[in-house]
Write a protein of this length. Structure first.
Length: 186
């Protein structure tokens, strides 16, 4: 759900090509060809309540001024719901759209918070609803492996009020969430 459009770009500090500094810094910086890196795509694995999911995420930088760094993030996830007392997995779809606020911790680690809305399109087998809206909030850590790649882990909560068709009207797609994944920055 990701996160978060920092790049690790080499600092030149107005030095000549022969006298480059080998330090790296995290930020929305210009590359050598003067382009700003502000778009990413990635994939993730995760779990919400008892439902496993695989998904793709993308994002774009929106704000980079003063100490405020923010991106808009969108993810598309394919969930697998396991009805009780059945040995099957029922797929359904969920998508999120959120804001991410980023703070660098070190030269290769970011911490961030994200919140936004979620859209669920459940399977008819366990829900009579055509779709359901809700919200989510999480915090995450991003670990850069080089200028354009990072791994992340996220933890938080999701609240949708989505209920099953069973006798107890049990909830699904609510509660604790965790995601891990990879992003490539362009």
């Amino acid at each position: 759900m990701l996160p978060y459009v920092y790049t690790i770009a080499q600092e030149t500090n107005n030095k000549t090509e022969d006298n480059k500094d080998d330090n790296f810094s995290i930020g929305f910086q210009k590359t050598e060809d003067n382009k700003i890196c502000n778009f990413f795509i990635g994939f993730q694995l995760g779990k919400v309540q008892d439902n496993f999911h695989v998904g793709a995420n993308t994002g774009v930088r929106i704000i980079d001024m003063f100490e405020l760094k923010a991106t808009a993030n969108m993810s598309f996830n394919y969930y697998f719901y396991s009805p009780k007392k059945r040995e099957i997995l029922v797929p359904y779809f969920s998508s999120t759209l959120g804001w991410v606020y980023i703070q660098p911790v070190s030269k290769s680690i970011n911490v961030y918070g994200e919140s936004g809305s979620v859209l669920i399109i459940p399977a008819y087998i366990f829900s009579e609803e055509n779709f359901r809206f809700g919200g989510y909030g999480l915090f995450g850590f991003e670990f850069f492996t080089d200028r354009y790649s990072s791994f992340f882990i996220e933890m938080g909560c999701m609240g949708t009020g989505a209920r099953q068709n069973d006798a107890y009207k049990s909830v699904y797609h609510n509660g604790f969430l965790i995601n891990v994944g990879f992003k490539h920055i362009f």
